[in-house]
Design a protein around this ligand. Structure first.
Ligand code: NAD
Ligand code: USQ
Length: 493
């Protein structure tokens, strides 16, 4: 059998995928969840709450605990201790609050690199996010629940990571702590190298740390739909694995071929191989969530107090398409549709992100099971159709600008999300009613917007940069009277 990563070839610029000697036999082999696993748990916990900041740097009440967990798996209803790596970020913060709200014990780990990248880019969240210390204090006041915060670099502070796991003995580690913007990952050689070092190094460190801790910790990783790529795949994309007939008629089940569209997406493909290896070699229990584009701002928990507000990225590097369109519509700026807008992508609301993580935490694979893979999406939509929805709602025009990305101009996307639905998720769909929540947030904080940051600022290659030379960041101006800003040059591809 050929190595997994060489199971495809790229047909020049057409972005089609051609499997070499691999015939897709059936699109989905549903890996049945054993939802009724018997649970045996003997837990002894010694908790010493102290008011100091410990050597790992967390704030709030520090705890030393010893927990002996004798069960291999658990179903819903079981309260867990969860370390959330990247818990200060857009997905990590609301997920941490949701888990805490549901009665799980949460420890956030974050090195605040995302806030530092904002400084580097001269940008900021549209919403005024508070420091981690203020955030956890506000949550304590609102909910009565403690969340610890640990400032640690998952990709660099290996010994501290092992120490944290040994001391806290979590049931699960949810891993959000990666550089997640495709445009930023394509910005410069420095950004490409940082993205690979940070993301792949962090994933490898986490596996090594779980092994060194000698604890049976379930890893839940945030992957991406982009691992499958956006060449039209000719059918429904299954959840992680496909059944194939190899040359010679041999039947096999393999990881879906990887087809990344950016350095960032490539790191998620590399992560996926690491999960496969460490599961096989060390029987680590791992769930990889192939998530679509997250939209929305607040969740029921972050909406409880202004100090809990979630971050909102609107800039050309970190802002994602639907939230950008909603922000542009609310500000009267023409919507920045790249190319023809024929790109079809998967979407999920931020509230469902948090719900999915809890479902994954509550349903770990058994020891020895293959890596569990879920497609974490609600639905798929074409970018120009999303633009049309927002344009109709706001009265702002869609502006088709040259595409800064090397990607298929048009693609179909049909994705299975049966596993989460079978485990109880009733996903929120794109709904103009919910768009209001985002536009209200945008209007509230519009004075914080820097219009120079709205247009794309990272280009996939020299050709794309040349094609985008007409894009002038100064062409977007937010008038005091809210008049729509002048459109940038329109180019249809
Ligand atoms: P984010 O950048 O807002 O949050 C990531 C957090 O991780 C940040 O707070 C950052 O400071 C932290 N971090 C990064 N590297 C770290 C390191 N080495 N050590 C400690 N902390 C580190 O991103 P997000 O939108 O919340 O995404 C979270 C995860 O979900 C990412 O892995 C991303 O790939 C995945 N994801 C996001 C989306 C989306 O639309 N936002 C969609 C699919 C998947
Ligand atoms: N796009 C526009 N106009 C914009 C911004 C984007 O037309 O103003 C287009 C892009 O060209 C692309 C599509 O919209 O075709 C999606 O772009 P995006 O920035 O919303 O999403 P992407 O770069 O794929 O990355 C985001 C997250 C990433 C996550 C991924 C999930 O930043 O962390 O992994 O969504 S997925 O796309 O399903 O792989």
């Amino acid at each position: 059998m050929q190595p997994f990563l060489s199971c495809f070839q790229v047909d020049g610029s057409s972005e089609s995928v051609d499997f070499i000697g691999v015939v897709v036999k059936s699109r989905t082999r549903y890996h049945t969840q054993n939802k009724m696993r018997v649970l045996f748990m003997v837990s002894s916990m010694v908790t010493i709450a102290t008011a100091f900041t410990n050597p790992l740097g967390w704030t709030g009440a520090a705890k030393t605990s010893t927990t002996t967990t004798l069960h291999a798996s658990a179903d819903s209803g079981d309260k867990k201790k969860v370390v959330v790596l990247g818990g200060d970020g857009f997905c990590g913060w609301p997920t941490s609050l949701h888990l805490s709200d549901q009665g799980h014990e949460v420890i956030i780990v974050d090195n605040l690199s995302r806030r530092n990248i904002d400084n580097e880019l001269g940008c900021d969240s549209l919403t005024p996010i508070q420091s981690p210390e203020v955030r956890v204090q506000a949550w304590k006041e609102v909910s009565g629940k403690d969340i610890k915060f640990v400032n640690l670099d998952v990709a660099k502070d290996y010994d501290l990571l092992v120490q944290l796991l040994k001391e806290e003995k979590p049931d699960s580690v949810v891993h959000f702590a990666e550089q997640r913007a495709a445009p930023y990952s394509m910005k410069t050689s420095k950004a490409k190298r940082y993205t690979v070092d940070n993301n792949v190094g962090g994933a490898n460190n986490l596996c090594c740390a779980v092994i060194d801790s000698e604890l049976d910790i379930h890893i839940v990783h945030l992957g991406t739909m982009g691992v499958y790529g956006y060449g039209t795949s000719g059918g429904e994309i299954p959840e992680g694995y496909i059944d194939v007939i190899l040359p010679g008629g041999r039947e096999s089940t393999i990881l879906h071929p990887a087809y990344p569209g950016s350095v960032y997406h490539a790191t998620k493909c590399l992560d996926a191989l690491l999960w496969q290896f460490y599961q096989k070699n060390d029987q680590l229990r791992i769930t990889d969530l192939h998530q679509g584009i997250v939209w929305g701002t607040n969740t029921p928990q972050t909406a409880k107090d202004e100090r809990l507000v979630n971050r909102f990225d609107y800039d050309g590097d970190y802002g994602t398409v639907l939230n950008r369109f909603l922000m542009q519509g609310a500000m009267g700026v023409p919507l920045t549709v790249y190319g023809t807008g024929g790109q079809t992508r998967a979407f999920i609301h931020i509230t469902d992100t948090a719900r999915c993580i809890e479902i994954a935490v509550n349903n770990p694979p058994a020891k020895g099971d293959r890596v569990e893979i879920f497609n974490q999406i609600a639905e798929t939509r074409r970018v120009r159709d999303v633009a049309k929805m927002v344009a109709e709602m706001t009265g702002v025009e869609a502006n088709f600008i040259p595409n800064p990305r090397q990607e298929a101009a048009e693609n179909e996307l049909d994705v299975s999300n049966k596993k989460f639905c079978n485990l109880g998720l009733d996903p929120i769909s794109l709904d103009t009613g919910l768009f209001d929540e985002v536009t209200e947030v945008v209007k509230k904080y519009k004075s914080r917007c820097n219009p120079r940051k709205i247009l794309p600022a990272s280009f996939w290659n020299k050709k794309r940069a040349e094609e985008c030379a007409s894009i002038d960041p100064d062409s977007i101006k937010l008038e005091a009277n809210d008049a729509p800003a002048p459109a940038v040059e329109v180019t249809h591809q």
